[in-house]
Design a binder for this molecule. Structure first.
Ligand code: C5P
Length: 237
């Protein structure tokens, strides 16, 4: 299937129209950004590693009964997905305190969160993705109460599947962000699951293996992502 017009260019991915109105090609680029685009870089191999990890995780979720947009990997940097009607809401689950939760609430980094924390953010770069509540979503029409309930249930289901997957590979799934959309009226997991959108720590040492390596200048981001892929058993070209 060929790429036609670019539908959407995000900070790290581009979505391309295809000849099938219900299918989109997602391109994982090497572009990397943090702090609302305040820090950027182009890192050789990042796109192909994220594409490989995303494909692996999405197939694992699909097999576990989570509806995802994933159809198939096309080549190193491209994945064919269902074209969803995306909801402008980001769902974050936190198993351990880190990042904005620590800044907002003064919680110590690494604190275990039981039950896990579930948060909603508005997907809006101009407003810096503010934290929102269910009430905002319903009032402003970003998602209905029923849709939010479904998104929250699916986000927790993803946690039940991915926590043990990463732990078996020697990593703690600290937190992650998911985005959902509708396909023929069904709530489906979209966007991506890669080390760009989650936090992963070595289970023993708590060494960071995700985008915090880039955000906090902790080392070579591509080496860390490669280690995540290697630990999961994901083959890279
Ligand atoms: O920054 P914060 O601690 O709120 O991020 C929580 C999780 O969501 C992290 O894994 C982060 O990488 C991810 N996230 C993301 N895209 C955003 C905001 C957060 O992937 N726009």
């Amino acid at each position: 299937m060929d790429k036609l017009n670019a539908l959407y260019q995000g900070k790290a991915k581009t979505a391309w129209e295809t000849s099938d109105p219900d299918r989109v090609i997602m391109e994982f680029r090497n572009d990397t950004s943090a702090f609302d685009g305040g820090k950027t870089a182009s890192l050789e191999r990042k796109g192909l590693i994220n594409s490989a990890v995303d494909s692996f995780v999405m197939q694992h979720l699909e097999a576990a009964g989570v509806p995802t947009h994933f159809e198939r990997r096309i080549d190193a940097n491209h994945v064919l997905v269902k074209r969803l009607q995306m909801l402008p809401v980001e769902c974050v689950v936190r198993n351990r305190a880190s990042g904005s939760l620590c800044r907002r609430l003064g919680v110590e980094e690494g604190a275990e969160l039981n039950p896990p924390v579930f948060e909603l953010f508005l997907k809006d770069d101009a407003l810096h993705d503010p934290m929102i509540t269910q009430s905002h979503c319903v009032t402003f029409g970003w998602a209905s109460a029923e849709q939010l309930a479904e998104m929250e249930a699916l986000t927790h289901q993803v946690n039940d599947v991915l926590k043990p997957l990463f732990l078996d590979a020697g990593m703690i799934l600290v937190d992650y962000k998911l985005e959902f959309g509708l396909f023929n009226g069904q709530m489906v997991l979209g966007d991506e699951f890669s080390p760009d959108g989650c936090r992963l720590w070595d289970a023993q040492t708590h060494r960071k293996l995700d985008k915090d390596v880039f955000r906090q200048d902790l080392g070579d981001l591509v080496e860390s992502y490669q280690e995540v892929a290697h630990r999961l058993g994901v083959e890279l070209p």
